[in-house]
Design a protein around this ligand. Structure first.
Ligand code: ATP
Ligand code: MG
Length: 433
């Protein structure tokens, strides 16, 4: 992509209404625009990151054996009246009437819709286990939308639903999702800690939230400091059962088994939430299936959420410095940035153009800043939008040398164009793994 033909409306000044760093940086980097309170337009750069996050989430769901579907955003109230949640859900639900005066709603979650689908198609225990997921926009009329896409009213969620014959099978499904979530977040350069939670409004008996620790997190969480020493790769479900953690509403100082010196009290950003809730929906909505003994039974269900749009903000909270965003390469809008130190120098421009085309040929996400702008402006913008590797075509390019800058370490080295392309190949190979 050439920046002169692209649309990245960056801001020099900090927007006054943004309280946390990720919100400020998303606005300043031209990633999002607030259309109205808690409702955002994703601009090109923001959309590229959102799509990469979505892709990682989908890949790990697929790896865990889940099947992707797409349910409607608008739902009939009738389904929620059947499950008994229509009146309880309260003002967070956006209620709508269609032209025939039928009650509809913009889905805040999809337990009812998927249970309705499954009662149509599930007939026999032989069709189980199943885990069905989608990635779609939700609407919740949050009382206090804030912090940009961190707590929006319209937001992108991965929601999944499992169906099993027995409680034991359902717990197996639950554990599989928990481990796949750790992998998902790790692929985005995030360490998420599973926090044992009450399952709240959805009801049930097994629940974990996944938190990214950050001072700006909205939740207070409690956990044994052993989690800080464990790499996400190595966390097993036995560890999660063994090592203490608790969400605010669950923690009780008088019964906490962890000695004070080992107990971490921290702020967390909730990026995922999983529940096992048994037969609540299958029973209330009449999803019954014939078992191996010929008798009908209600399948055991669980639901599993990831805040896809919230993750974009959480990644920034965990990856930035005074100059801007530092994207982990797996979710960077562009892996490579190219610029010249003097936009009026035709030879520099020709060399930059050549590198740019080499990278396009390789299918690399590359952003070439070809604008008629001072070098200082270009350096600042590349750092602000967080391009992981930046190639500066300057005076030394006449001798075939290009500056390679690492955004995270600020390390700079001079490389030949061949060395530059070798590094790019190595990076893309690593990303493909
Ligand atoms: P919260 O406590 O933050 O309101 P929740 O418990 O209501 O979250 P769930 O119903 O479990 O959330 O939804 C699954 C995931 O969707 C959450 O873990 C979170 O990452 C994300 N999410 C929930 N509400 C919002 C929102 N208003 N804006 C952005 N993401 C959200
Ligand atoms: Mg909520």
């Amino acid at each position: 992509m050439k920046l002169s033909q692209y649309f990245v409306p960056t801001l020099r000044e900090d927007p006054s209404d943004a309280q946390i760093i990720s919100h400020r940086l998303m606005l300043r980097a031209g990633m999002i625009y607030q259309t109205c309170n808690g409702i955002y337009t994703w601009l090109p750069l923001g959309l590229r990151v959102l799509s990469k996050v979505e892709k990682i989430v989908a890949e790990e769901q697929d790896n865990a054996g889940c099947c992707r579907v797409l349910m409607p955003t608008i739902q009939p109230a009738k389904l929620w009246q059947e499950s008994g949640r229509y009146d309880d859900y309260g003002k967070e639900m956006l209620r709508i009437r269609d032209r025939h005066d039928r009650e509809m709603l913009y889905g805040p979650t999809h337990e009812e819709v998927i249970t309705d689908v499954m009662r149509q198609f599930l007939k026999s225990y032989k069709q189980l286990p199943l885990n069905i997921y989608q990635i779609s926009w939700k609407f919740r009329d949050e009382i206090r939308p804030r912090f940009g896409v961190m707590r929006g009213r319209e937001f992108l969620m991965k929601d999944g639903y499992s169906f099993d014959v027995t409680k034991e099978d359902a717990v197996v499904a639950y554990k599989k999702v928990v481990l796949s979530y750790l992998k998902t977040f790790q692929r985005m350069g995030l360490k998420a800690i599973p926090i044992s939670a009450n399952s709240g409004a959805i009801g049930g008996n097994l629940s974990h939230e996944f938190h990214i620790m950050a001072d700006t997190g909205e939740s207070e969480v409690f956990y044994d400091c052993e989690y800080d020493t464990l790499h996400s790769d190595r966390i097993k479900f036995e560890d999660i059962e063994r090592i203490y953690s608790a969400a605010d509403e669950k923690h009780d100082a008088s019964t906490c088994p962890v000695p004070a010196e080992r107990l971490k009290v921290a702020r967390g950003i909730e990026v995922g939430h999983v529940f096992h809730f048994g037969t609540k929906y299958s029973r209330s909505m009449g999803l019954s299936v014939i078992g191996s003994n010929g008798e009908p039974f209600y399948p055991e269900m669980g639901s599993y959420g990831i805040g896809v749009s919230r993750l974009v903000a959480a990644i920034i909270e965990a990856n930035h410095d005074k100059n801007g965003i530092i994207w982990p390469t797996s979710v960077a809008p562009f892996l490579i940035g190219i610029m010249t130190t003097n936009w009026q120098d035709a030879q520099m421009a020709a060399r930059a153009e050549e590198l740019y085309h080499e990278m396009l040929k390789r299918g690399v996400d590359v952003l070439y800043d070809d604008r008629d702008e001072r070098a200082g402006v270009k350096f600042a913008d590349m750092d602000l939008v967080g391009i992981p590797y930046q190639i500066v075509v300057g005076a030394k390019s006449a001798e075939g040398m290009f500056e390679w800058k690492d955004r995270r370490t600020d390390e700079r080295v001079y490389l030949t164009s061949e060395e530059v392309l070798n590094r790019v190949d190595k990076e893309t190979e690593f990303l493909a793994k």
